[in-house]
Design a protein around this ligand. Sequence first.
Ligand code: NDP
Length: 390
Amino acid sequence: MRRVTILGATGSIGQNTIDLIDRNAEGYQVVALTGGRNLAQLARDAIRLEAEVAVTAHDDLLDDLRAALAGSGVEAAAGAEALKEAAARPADWVMSAIVGAAGLPPGLAALEQGATLALANKETLVAAGALVMDMARQHNGTILPVDSEHSAVFQALAGEDIASVERVILTASGGAFRDWPMEKLCSATPEQAATHPNWDMGQRITIDSASMFNKALEVIEAKEFFGLAPDQIEVLIHPESMVHALVGHVDGGIMAHLGAPDMRHAIGYALHWPARAPLPVERLDLAKLGQLTFRAPEPGRYPALELARRVMERGGLAGAAFNAAKERALDAFIARRIGFTEMAEVVARSLDRLDARLGPAKGRFDLDNILQMDHLARCEADKVMAERQQ
Ligand code: NDP
């Protein structure tokens, strides 16, 4: 029986993971499920799957979680430390599906205890790529990408020598506004941005897809995970979301990975790796589909992609700063304090000011420095937004 933990169990990736585990429940022992505010879902799943422990990220919700679990035998815990402790409990496979930089410390704890880490939380590699990859090496741990594009690259690379890779192409649906006139983007609302044309995902990643901050994070994630040079990673708009990524080799051959836009493919691949198992995902009917289209991202429409290039050139703690400033700008957009197009402006300005103040990042690239930079960048983004409102 495999011992599994799901970090971010109440979210979109978490629920898809539980769906797959449910289909073969006798094969798994659930160690820990974690969530945030959705205690009803967390408690329901923890009781049904007979988890050892259920953890909410919020200390103030501990009593409510205890009440929801009363009499079930499932332990209740709360807070950031409890998340790390849950991730550190011996498990064979840990799904990292917390949203945002909050996923980093528990993900590291899971690697440290030697689990295979199924990584949906892209922020982990954006903020702390080298640290995370080193930790996996040190502990003989395995990280399996769950982001669909990175899972696609991983699958296309099976049996290939990474040295023969010339370029990797990540596809992007273009998000909710791909066909909107550019001048209309400044009036886009959070509700409009949170409607994805192809994928059913959490609110934050869906808005990030519309702004292409999601793709910007994924470009950095690909650089860190596969050890590529920034100029080896390209982005193509592919409105149908059927080709998830392509790997181009030095001989001109290209391996593409296709599949229906359903995260249960990438999650299931990581769950069963290195084997493949039947998955309940739609099979593509290419004849019915008729055609697949691709186009280059329109210059000026997606400033987040340019910011990702800058972050990769800068290296070091720039990824942590970029992600943190982006998270604050996204919070402000969701709260209607800034407009859709202002998100990229706030992030760019925050990075400029951090660069001017701190210069090239010095010191060790360790968790303390990464978390400190995360904090500084959040404060800087808040200041930038406060000044804009004056
Ligand atoms: P959701 O918003 O649907 O779920 C996020 C999960 O994290 C929930 O369990 C939520 O709890 C929990 N959570 C929220 N805030 C915190 C916090 N501060 N500390 C601890 N836990 C917290 O997100 P998704 O499932 O869409 O995405 C999860 C991750 O996977 C993200 O990094 C995303 O970029 C990545 N990803 C997602 C894809 C998708 O298809 N959804 C595709 C590829 C990658 P609660 O809801 O109970 O408050």
